[in-house]
Design a protein. Structure first.
Length: 132
C-alpha cells in the first residue's frame, strides 16, 4: 500500500490542525496519568504534526511538560492521528491547574485545554477534570 500526496499549484497551501479530543486516564503507576490527544489535519496541506502537553498553574506558569508520541510520517489532509504520553504528577502540589495540549503542523499551532484539579489521597496524587 502506498500513499501519494498530490499538489495543486492553483490552490495556496493552507495547513490547519485541530485538536479534536484531549483526555486523561489513571495509569498503572500511582500519581501517573495517561494524556491522550487526537489531532486532525483540517487544512489542505500535508505535514508531520507534533504534540506537547503542559500542566499550567492558574497564573499560567508551566509546572510540567511532556512530548506526546504518535505515529510517524506525513499526515494528509483530513487525516487523524492519536498522540499520548504519561504524566507523573507526584511532585505537584494539590490545587487547580490547566492541562493544555499544543499541536503543530507546518508552522501552524492548535491548542486545547482541560481544567484539572490535583488532590492528595494518602500518599497518592489524583488528577481529575474540574467542572467549568
Amino acid at each position: 500500500r502506498s500513499t501519494l500526496p498530490v499538489l495543486n499549484d492553483a490552490v495556496e497551501a493552507a495547513p490547519r490542525g485541530v485538536i479534536d479530543r484531549l483526555t486523561i486516564a489513571a495509569a498503572a503507576d500511582p500519581s501517573s496519568y495517561v494524556i491522550s490527544a487526537r489531532f486532525v489535519n483540517a487544512g489542505n496541506a500535508h505535514g508531520n504534526p507534533g504534540m506537547r502537553a503542559r500542566l499550567l498553574s492558574e497564573d499560567g506558569a508551566e509546572i510540567l511538560t511532556a512530548d506526546l508520541d504518535g505515529a510517524a510520517g506525513l499526515l494528509l489532509p483530513l487525516g487523524i492521528r492519536d498522540f499520548g504520553a504519561a504524566l507523573d504528577v507526584s511532585g505537584v502540589p494539590p490545587g487547580a491547574y490547566l492541562l493544555e495540549a499544543r499541536g503543530s503542523l507546518a508552522g501552524q499551532t492548535a491548542t486545547r485545554s482541560l481544567p484539572v484539579e490535583i488532590t492528595l489521597e494518602g500518599q497518592v496524587r489524583e488528577m481529575v477534570v474540574r467542572a467549568e
